[in-house]
Design a protein around this ligand. Structure first.
Ligand code: NAP
Ligand code: G3H
Length: 486
């Protein structure tokens, strides 16, 4: 059914309520990271076409904002239920397009449906406020300010390959429920999954022009779209490199950015080491480590390092490698050969500089086997760079102060985890970590999706999370009523 959006192998874009091919005829072929087979093609849109789509979204915005909130929320609820009806079809395309294992792909669709239901409810809970002037010196009761939230206009949503459905919807749903219209630029590798998801919005009865898609390489149409005068807000998730670039080329445009990370799991001497190892391995290796919140380094106190590493090693050894269509597979082919090259380059750098290889460092095409490396030191790239692959570096430290120092020395500041039974100590350490979120006795991770989710330093700007996203995509306007003075 969702495949209807495909014409002779080419997937169409959703524009002003219609499914359209590009006039240019230029196509990008999408190949599966699993075996290189062709999944389909997507239009490489021209700048003129992108311009038309953005203007379409802009033109639809006022009318959409006038639709009562309850009606906007009802459409979202329909989207959520339809996503569940088509969960398998969407998950199946994700498996072949981005090689996400089937269990995680199904979970992504379910989580997206839950996200939408929560968003529809949260929007109805949003409140303005009324302020009386007489709280300020020199004013009386004859002046009040009604403060309410209004949509920003047209939002450009740009999502990354690793969550093409969820990280598109986590922008679209809060934006449209608040009365904005949206232009979605999905990741090239991930476009087809995102277009399937867009079809669901059409099926739910979303009025034309409210959600629109543009496909094409970010390097070709990205700058044009982000600098377009009719884009009022950019909600971007992706690499720090592209995030920095967007923030340089855009002027006076509000931005919400979730970028790269180098999340540390700090393990102290009194931690439950078996439990910590379980969380760390899960956090580091699911979807082959291609998650912004993956545990990307372990910083462990020397006195418990051998024991922790033993537990981690036992678990990593058991990770299933291979075909994402099989339900137990954790280590899947990486998104591209270039991604695998980069991971291997970081491993090689560490080994050349004297790190200890415990497991892995084996590669077959774009599959990198789960790799565990001990005795990582500060001169090695793996201490600081984000591999976005299945490699876990271990750094041993003599003191808690050193653990905090190394954690904070990173340019990134997404999340950190602290494993300890001493809650006072955990609180003390959490207070000193320069990150958006500290997980105490859990792996680093984004959900549940109504929690605030943010990165500091090179990991982002602004806050996501259902209520926070709605706030980010609305602005406050005040109406001051001046009553007749008595
Ligand atoms: P990416 O290369 O930065 O791409 C992200 C998106 O930006 C894609 O849709 C891409 O389109 C587009 N893009 C590229 N150049 C652009 C430009 N000049 N202007 C506008 N858009 C442009 O990231 P990725 O490889 O897909 O994802 C992996 C990275 O994302 C990792 O660093 C990861 O940590 C980060 N990430 C962060 C979070 C978070 O919440 N903090 C979540 C997920 C991922 P094309 O695909 O066409 O190039
Ligand atoms: O890749 C980045 C995602 O925002 C991570 O979400 O922690 O639920 O995998 P997750």
């Amino acid at each position: 059914m969702l495949k209807e959006i495909c014409h002779e192998g080419v997937y169409k874009n959703y524009i002003n309520g219609e499914w359209k091919l590009s006039n240019t005829g230029n196509l990008i072929d999408i190949f599966s990271p699993i075996d290189g087979s062709k999944v389909g093609s997507i239009p490489a849109m021209s700048k003129e076409e992108v311009d038309e789509v953005i203007l379409t979204a802009k033109a639809a915005q006022k009318e959409w904002a006038d639709v009562p909130l309850i009606e906007r929320a009802k459409i979202l609820n329909k989207v959520a239920f339809l996503l569940l009806d088509y969960q398998k079809e969407i998950a199946d395309i994700m498996v072949v397009e981005i090689a996400k294992d089937i269990t995680s792909s199904l979970a992504e669709v379910k989580r997206t449906s839950d996200f939408i239901l929560f968003t529809a409810d949260a929007a109805k809970q949003m409140r303005g406020e009324m302020l009386s002037a007489d709280a300020f010196p020199g004013y009386g009761k004859d002046r009040v300010s009604f403060v309410n939230r209004y949509p920003l206009g047209t939002v450009l949503a740009i999502s990354p390959f690793n969550y093409p459905v969820n990280l598109s919807v986590s922008k679209i749903a809060p934006a449209i429920v608040a009365g904005n219209t949206v232009v979605l630029k999905p990741p090239t590798q991930g476009s087809i999954s995102a277009l399937y998801m867009a079809k669901i919005f059409e099926m739910a009865g979303l009025p034309k022009g409210v959600l629109n898609t543009i496909t094409g390489r970010g390097s070709e149409i990205g700058d044009y779209a982000v600098t377009h005068d009719s884009i009022d807000f950019i909600n971007f998730t992706g690499s720090t490199e592209i995030g920095r670039h967007i923030s340089k080329v855009t002027v006076m445009k509000p931005l919400l950015m979730e970028l790269g990370g180098k999340d540390a799991a700090i393990v102290l001497e009194d931690a439950d080491l078996e439990e910590a190892a379980k969380d760390i391995v899960n956090g580091a290796f699911s979807y082959s480590g291609q998650r912004c919140t993956a545990v990307k380094r372990v910083i462990v106190k020397e006195e418990v390092a051998d024991e922790l590493v033993g537990y981690i090693k036992d678990r990593v050894r058991k990770l299933k490698v291979g075909d994402p269509r099989k339900k137990d597979t954790v280590i899947v082919p990486l998104i591209s050969n270039e991604a695998a090259d980069f991971v291997c380059e970081l491993i090689e750098d560490a080994l050349d500089k004297g790190a200890t290889l415990l497991l892995g460092n084996k590669r077959e095409k774009n599959i990198v086997y789960p790799t565990l490396i001990d005795n990582i030191t500060e001169d090695m790239r793996l201490a600081w760079e984000e591999p976005f692959g299945p490699v876990l570096p271990i750094m041993r430290v003599e003191s808690t102060e050193k653990a905090i120092e190394i954690a904070n020395k990173s340019e990134y500041g997404l999340q950190s985890a602290v494993f300890t039974k001493n809650i006072d100590q955990a609180f003390h350490i959490a207070n000193q970590l320069d990150v958006g979120t500290v997980q105490i006795n859990n792996k680093t991770e984004r959900g549940p999706d109504h929690f605030p989710f943010l990165g500091v330093k090179a990991s982002g700007m602004g806050i996501q999370g259902i209520r926070y996203s709605i706030e980010a995509m609305t602005r406050v306007k005040a109406m001051v009523i001046n009553f007749e003075k008595k």
